[in-house]
Design a protein around this ligand. Structure first.
Ligand SMILES: [Zn+2]
Length: 345
């Protein structure tokens, strides 16, 4: 009985998030918030990745509630819109209570915007702004955050009315995380991307069954589509693993299109054809390579190396030890931290 109750409870909680009229990425974000899975300083400190304190207040721990509700950076904004009589409830509860309180529309909407949509979008913006301020030297958050958020929501409501995107397509939530290879095998994750003209790149990494780093690379491809860059990622990843002497490879690719092309050996892309041929040739050599699809959420480390590759001003760089820029991602993979993904039924 207990199990059934829990299941209903979980479905019910998800239901409120799913019914929000906000972009999907904001719904994912709310999932992370609800499950206490944002990488705040407090969480990072538990993984030995730095201090737990708020970078702005200094003397308070940066928990999710602190970052989104209580931090001096954001409290004033909430105070400017939360009606006086709702303040003790709004600022009083723990994270779970706060989420439920706001999702259940306990506060009146603002000029045709539903409270829960406004609240979720605001939380998402506050988190993004917070991180940008920390990492981007010249970043300034909007001067009038409430107006900015309301404007964005109005545009979203308008666009969904036109395109009819706000429909309840049955979906289920799946938690995606990096899967280590079997013992004795190594996992190669690779990725490729194109960031504007002449800015394609790829990257990848090799790890063992414990998630330990065995090698990584980032490569500048230059002119090319994301598809071509992904093929480069696979080719360089395989070549690198081979050169390092591994003979049992579990190759993960996050693009279904690339996987199909490699398995069939056929592509319409002229640039892609020679790459696919090279990959095929390599696969036919004397070693074992299992190819499987992984969701993007499980491929974040390769994605980060790819971003590096897109901006390199030389051909390829190898990382014998884990590059400091992606240490946190690698750590999250080892810990088995997962990300929600909506999968259509
Ligand atoms: Zn703070």
């Amino acid at each position: 009985m207990l199990c059934e109750y829990d299941h209903d409870h979980v479905v019910d909680k998800w239901d409120h998030i799913w019914k929000l009229q906000v972009a999907e990425r904001i719904k994912y974000f709310m999932w992370l918030v609800q499950h206490n899975r944002l990488l705040t300083n407090s969480t990072k400190a538990k993984m030995n990745l730095g201090h737990a304190m708020c970078n702005f207040c200094r003397n308070m721990e940066e928990t999710i509630l602190h970052a989104l509700r209580d931090c001096a950076l954001v409290k004033q904004m909430w105070l400017s819109i939360i009606p006086f009589k709702a303040r003790s409830s709004f600022f009083g509860g723990d994270l779970e209570q706060w989420v439920q309180y706001n999702l259940r529309r306990n506060i009146k909407g603002l000029n045709g915007i539903r409270w829960e949509d406004f609240w979720a979008t605001t939380c998402h913006c506050l988190w993004i702004w917070r991180n940008r301020e920390l990492h981007e030297e010249n970043y300034n958050r909007p001067m009038q955050p409430v107006l900015y958020i309301m404007q964005r929501l109005r545009e979203y409501y308008q666009a969904s009315k036109v395109s009819g995107t706000v429909v309840s397509v049955p979906k289920r939530v799946s938690w995606i995380r990096w899967q280590p290879p079997e013992e004795g095998w190594v996992k190669v994750n690779s990725d490729g991307a194109s960031k504007g003209e002449q800015m394609a790149g790829c990257g990848g990494l090799i790890r063992d069954h414990r998630g330990h780093w065995l090698g990584g690379f980032a490569k500048f491809v230059g002119v090319g589509s994301a598809f071509v860059a992904e093929l480069w990622g696979v080719l360089e990843g395989l070549k690198y693993a081979k050169r390092k002497g591994y003979r049992k490879i579990d190759l993960n690719i996050d693009s279904v299109a690339v996987m199909k092309v490699i398995k069939s050996g056929k592509t319409n892309s002229s640039l892609g054809t020679s790459l696919v041929k090279s990959i095929k040739k390599l696969l036919d050599e004397d070693w074992e390579v299992k190819i499987s699809h992984s969701y993007r959420e499980a491929n974040r480390s390769a994605d980060a190396l790819t971003s590096m590759g897109c901006t390199l001003n030389y051909n390829i760089v190898y990382f014998e030890t884990c590059s400091i820029n992606i240490r946190e991602l690698i750590h999250a993979d080892v810990l088995g931290i997962s990300t929600p993904r909506l999968i259509s039924l």
